[in-house]
Design a binder for this molecule. Structure first.
Ligand code: NAP
Ligand code: ZN
Ligand code: ZN
Length: 352
């Protein structure tokens, strides 16, 4: 399918603009999806601007995809035309390594196939993401969007939702645990809602004092402005678990000291490089860990959990021509709390 309308970054310094891509015709095990909405993740900015190195251009970002099945290959039995589905951060993996076999494809030992800015299993064909009108994906890497979640509010669950759900589950956060979420952006606001639904006592640590009211409205029990450096000493050894979603370089050591004895801090934000000192870890047997998105099975579990708890993202829906502005606003921490592209506006942009 040539001439699929998309929006692409031509290089790490140029703004995104209209572009067309070639989507493969569905093979026997493929699903063709008409994309309705695509969330805008800070990882899109990191990769468009080549902040992690190795970016492939032109780049069509977008890994928070929701839409409707338009057609299926002749061996597909699980999906049919009209199904409402999602695609997250990867579209394939080796299926053979220990990680894949245990349903943690995001940690595929042979490298998962990212939804964009990567290569298909052939090692050659570039992958293109959800800033486009349709996508062809292998049936095993598609999830079902439960009824009851509006599609624009569902899109961010495919990355921001699973990236916060997975470590909260994996590290065993329990009712009553004192949890801190650092950074109230796309990931952070999902972290607040999900941790609250897990019945934790949730505190937001934010460098934007003006977000206090929003944090409480989103369900947080407490809010601490880290704009005042004195708070780090005031709240020393307070939390059982800290989830750090911050996209910019900041001092992890100060946050580590807010963990109690044996507490765990998990990094999901990826602002490398950031130094860590041994002192705060050693002095209270604290743990520092990282976590990457979640596997397909866990992503489905998270979607069902969100449907059951009536959780969706707080979104600002934008037309595709506002994408460059949205990136600038995210860099100023001015997002309430996820930009989501109305993909129907891509058809109009392509026609111009
Ligand atoms: P976002 O919506 O832009 O939110 C990031 C938040 O970080 C901001 O809203 C802000 O919250 C805080 N922040 C920004 N600059 C800061 C600074 N200088 N000091 C302290 N706090 C600052 O970004 P996002 O989409 O949630 O993504 C966050 C990070 O997670 C990115 O690095 C992204 O690449 C990464 N990510 C990782 C995974 C994974 O699998 N591990 C998945 C998705 C995304 P406040 O205003 O409240 O301080
Ligand atoms: Zn993401
Ligand atoms: Zn694998």
């Amino acid at each position: 399918m040539p001439n699929t309308p998309a929006y692409a970054a031509p290089s790490k310094t140029a703004p995104l603009g209209p572009h067309t891509i070639d989507r493969r015709e569905p093979g026997p095990h493929d699903v063709l999806i008409d994309i309705a909405f695509c969330g805008v993740c800070h990882s899109d900015i990191h990769q468009v601007r080549d902040e992690w190195g190795g970016s492939i251009y032109p780049m069509v970002p977008g890994h928070e995809i929701v839409g409707t099945v338009a057609g299926t290959g002749n061996r597909v039995t699980r999906w049919k035309a009209g199904d409402v589905v999602g695609v997250g951060c990867f579209v394939d993996s080796c299926r053979d390594c220990a990680a894949c076999k245990s349903g943690e494809e995001q940690y595929c030992e042979n490298g998962m196939t990212p939804t964009y800015n990567g290569r298909e299993r052939d090692g050659k064909t570039p992958t293109f993401g959800g800033y486009s009108t349709r996508i062809t994906v292998n049936e095993d890497y598609v999830v079902r969007i439960p009824g009851g979640i509006p599609l624009d509010g569902a899109a961010p669950l495919l990355c921001a939702g699973i990236t916060t759900y997975s470590p909260l589950r994996h590290f065993g956060v329990k009712p009553g645990d004192k949890v801190a979420i650092v950074g109230l952006g796309g990931l952070g606001h999902m972290g607040v809602k999900i941790a609250k639904a897990m019945e934790a006592h949730v505190t937001v640590l934010s460098h934007s004092p003006g977000k206090r009211g929003d944090a409480i409205a989103l369900g947080a029990d407490d809010f601490i402005s880290t704009a005042d450096a004195a708070v780090f000493a005031q709240h020393k050894s307070r939390f059982d678990f800290i989830l750090d979603t911050v996209s910019a370089v900041h001092d992890y050591n100060a946050y580590l000291r807010m963990l109690r004895l044996d507490g765990t801090m998990v990094l999901v934000g990826i602002p490398d490089p950031t130094p860590v000192s041994a002192g705060p870890l050693v002095s209270r047997r604290r743990r520092l860990a990282g976590s990457s998105i979640g596997g397909i099975r866990e992503t489905q579990e998270m979607l069902d959990f969100c449907a059951e708890h009536r959780i969706q993202a707080d979104v600002e829906v934008i037309s595709i021509d506002k994408i460059n502005e949205a990136y600038e606003r995210m860099l100023r921490s001015d997002v309430r709390y996820r930009f989501v592209i109305d993909v129907s506006t891509l058809h109009a942009a392509a026609a111009r």
